[in-house]
Design a protein around this ligand. Structure first.
Ligand code: ATP
Length: 360
């Protein structure tokens, strides 16, 4: 890809975050992946909330992960890939990935297969959710396609393994452009690149060099760099000193869970994986096996992810309605799941959000 076409495609993907409404008048087809663990519970909550907005979505329900393996003998059925190729937009529940064995992460596989290189995780404080911090308002931008997630691991000799960290100028430059374009469009003040270039001088050094070059093209947005360990300490002592965070894949995964802790936990933080040709929307949390099937998972992270999906397909008003209703339910504090100090079920919280939407 030439330099010019690369920047044109980034501009397209950024503008498509804001508006991509179906002009045909037909219902927008979206792949729905209920997923594993709490996935089916929280995705059905999101589907109910979207239905209540009046936006017509034609869901193409597809299995993936452990539930697909049980039914079809594979965690990634062909029908899922065909559906994603056709719709190019998915709402996805978490998928089970075994630790230290089994198939490679299907989450990672899907992000890489569809080149969904930008993982955006907006992390905000909510009135009504009590945490040591107020007014946290962070946008985590995580590179999604390389780093130690390249999956290149081998045993050099018995008892000695290597895991290869891959960082390229191409991927580092495009994620930095995505972050700065996002900052420009959403009027954010600063982008902090988080790294460990004092130790990984070549790989993290390249990531920083690319980020710094792009930063130079956005003089109105402050650019800072911080070593990941120091950044973690500053995040848990003074989160308000950050605005947008720009990270490689692994630091992004870890730091975004840390950020979720600042605002009340994984039950509240949504996420989106954007590429030039499509997007998958999913909560930051995993399958939460400890609470799966009990009807007590917090549906808010997935409901807010579905609001991001509505923004993407051109229904920002409906997305705003969902965010406002969710905020008012949390603020009122009467109908909350256990993770945020209440006793309500997934269904009760979902119903409260739908009622709040109808009132506005
Ligand atoms: P996985 O291996 O799929 O990532 P995990 O248990 O390691 O699963 P998470 O699923 O992210 O990681 O869960 C971490 C903790 O956060 C668990 O105690 C879980 O119950 C809690 N949690 C995650 N999602 C939610 C949710 N939607 N509502 C309430 N608690 C949640």
């Amino acid at each position: 890809m030439t330099k010019k076409s690369a920047s044109a495609s980034i501009a397209t993907s950024i503008s498509s975050i804001r508006a991509r409404r179906s002009k045909s008048g037909r219902d927008r087809a979206v792949t729905l992946i209920p997923g594993d663990g709490v996935g089916p519970e929280v995705t059905s909550a999101a589907v109910a909330v979207i239905a209540a907005t009046g936006v017509k979505v034609k869901w193409d329900r597809q299995a993936a992960g452990a539930s697909a393996f049980r039914r079809f003998g594979t965690p990634v059925p062909d029908a899922l890939i065909e559906s994603l190729r056709r719709t190019r937009v998915a709402l996805k529940g978490p998928l089970e990935t075994q630790v230290a064995e089994g198939w490679r992460s299907i989450n990672v596989y899907l992000r890489r297969s569809f080149d969904l290189y930008a993982n955006i995780r907006p992390t905000m404080s909510f009135a009504g959710v009590h945490t040591p911090f107020r007014n946290v308002n962070l946008i985590v931008v995580r590179e999604n396609t390389e780093d130690l997630y390249s999956g290149i691991e081998h045993e050099v000799a018995p008892g000695v393994v290597e895991s290869i960290k891959v960082i390229t100028a191409r991927a580092s430059t495009r994620i930095a452009k995505f972050a700065f374009e996002y900052a420009r469009i959403h009027q954010r003040k600063s982008v902090t690149a988080i790294h460990k270039a004092n130790i990984m001088k070549l790989s993290d050094g390249l990531f920083l060099k690319c980020a710094c070059t792009i930063a130079g093209k956005y003089p109105g947005i402050r650019y800072q760099e911080q070593i990941v360990d120091a950044a973690c300490m500053r995040l848990v002592t003074d989160p308000g000193s950050f605005d947008m965070l720009l990270l490689e894949n692994l630091y992004g995964d870890i730091v975004s869970d840390l950020c979720a802790g600042l605002v009340g936990g994984l039950g509240l933080v949504p996420g989106a994986n954007y590429g030039d040709k499509g997007a998958i929307f999913e909560a930051v949390h995993g399958t939460a096996p400890d609470i799966a099937g009990k009807g007590i998972a917090n549906p808010i992270a997935m409901i807010l992810s579905s609001a991001m999906m509505l923004d993407y397909i051109g229904h920002q008003e409906a997305g705003n309605k969902i965010r406002a209703a969710t905020g008012s339910v949390l603020r009122a504090g009467r109908v909350l799941t256990r993770d945020v100090g209440g006793k309500a079920s997934t269904e009760e919280v979902t119903a409260a959000i739908i009622r709040a939407m109808r009132r506005t």
